[in-house]
Ligand binder design. Structure first.
Ligand SMILES: Nc1nc2c(c(=O)[nH]1)N[C@H]1C(S)=C(S)[C@@H](COP(=O)(O)O)O[C@H]1N2
Ligand SMILES: [Mo]
Length: 300
């Protein structure tokens, strides 16, 4: 067992070797360099988020939208229990200078920061979740989008052997989502690898999922294997399946009703009284530079 632990001297020697190789321009685009670059950058932007208390973990891990496993929110975690993701790869490519592929170990080694965010599902329920994640901006700065890249397209895993929903539903698998490059570069946008200071439970999107806290939950795609920088606006799976109910932007807006219900209120998981839904889920102040204030109120 002891031999497995890298002695500190060797470790430091290796780090300074990596640092020298990075500044010499070697190792360009390797996952090792990504982790090293991220751990050297200022870990997290200070975003002046309002202090909010988290929903109890038991609620967030037992009521899940994850159609690959089940359309029954309470069943998802039971069906997802045996999901094996040890062979995972996350590829980031398309219109970038430095495409990379990370394996599970490399994904889990990415340095993370803590973000407590509201999550608002378009169906009218919500939660407050303490995530551990990486600002997507950091990863994009590393892969260097080309000047014609305008959107980021995300694709979940396609594994019908392990995911019964992919065998039975007529949804077009894998689950796809997309956001603009500006939205992807916003410091609120993270790729989460953990929550409640533990690695992400399968039902919440292990090993890595997107979290865009000002958008309805369907934009926060779980179990991501592919990010592609593209020129044209990608079509999300929900947008494709039900275009009258799911937009490309999906920004939380209490003033824009769903075709079948009002979006003015939401039920926090674990509570029995609805609360008012906030414009852009409470993040309008952080998003002023992304969406000009005069159009914020009409956004969906
Ligand atoms: N791959 C995938 N990602 C997904 C979904 C899904 O069915 N498949 N559901 C979305 C929806 S509708 C919501 S509300 C959130 C729920 O996240 P949670 O279960 O962690 O609360 O995940 C989103 N990400
Ligand atoms: Mo949702």
């Amino acid at each position: 067992m002891r031999a497995r632990i890298t002695p500190k001297r060797t470790f430091l020697g290796r780090r300074s070797f990596i640092k020298k190789a990075i500044s010499a321009g070697l190792l360009c685009g390797s996952p090792l360099v990504l982790a090293e670059t991220l751990s050297d950058s200022i870990a997290c932007k200070k975003l002046l988020l309002d202090p909010i208390s988290s929903t109890q973990k038991k609620f967030v891990t037992s009521y899940n939208n994850y159609y690959e496993f089940s359309t029954n929110k309470k069943m998802v975690r039971h069906i997802a229990k045996e999901f094996d993701y040890s062979d995972w790869t996350l590829n980031i490519g398309g219109l970038v200078e430095n495409p990379i592929t990370l394996n599970l170990k490399q994904i889990m080694a990415l340095p993370t920061c803590e973000r407590v965010y509201r999550l608002r599902c378009i169906e009218g329920w919500s939660a407050v979740i303490p995530w551990q994640g990486i600002e997507l901006q950091r990863i994009l700065e590393f892969v260097k989008p080309l000047s014609n890249a305008k959107f980021v397209k995300f694709e979940s895993v396609f594994d019908p052997k392990q995911m019964p929903g992919q065998r039975t539903s007529n949804f077009s698998w894998p689950y796809v989502e997309g956001i603009t490059l500006d939205e992807a570069m916003h410091p609120l946008t993270i790729l989460a690898t953990g929550m409640y200071s533990e690695s992400l439970p399968v039902q919440n999107g292990a090993p890595i999922r997107l979290v865009v806290p000002w958008k309805y939950g369907y934009k926060s795609i779980k179990a991501i294997q592919q990010l592609t920088l593209v020129e044209e606006q990608p079509q999300g799976s929900w947008q494709q399946a039900v275009p009258s109910e799911y937009g490309f932007y999906g920004n939380v807006n209490p003033n824009v009703p769903h075709p079948r219900w009002s979006q003015r209120r939401e039920l926090p998981l674990g509570e029995n009284k609805k609360v008012r839904t906030k414009l852009l889920n409470g993040y309008a102040r952080q998003l002023e530079r992304l969406y000009s204030p005069d159009i914020i109120d009409t956004l969906f």
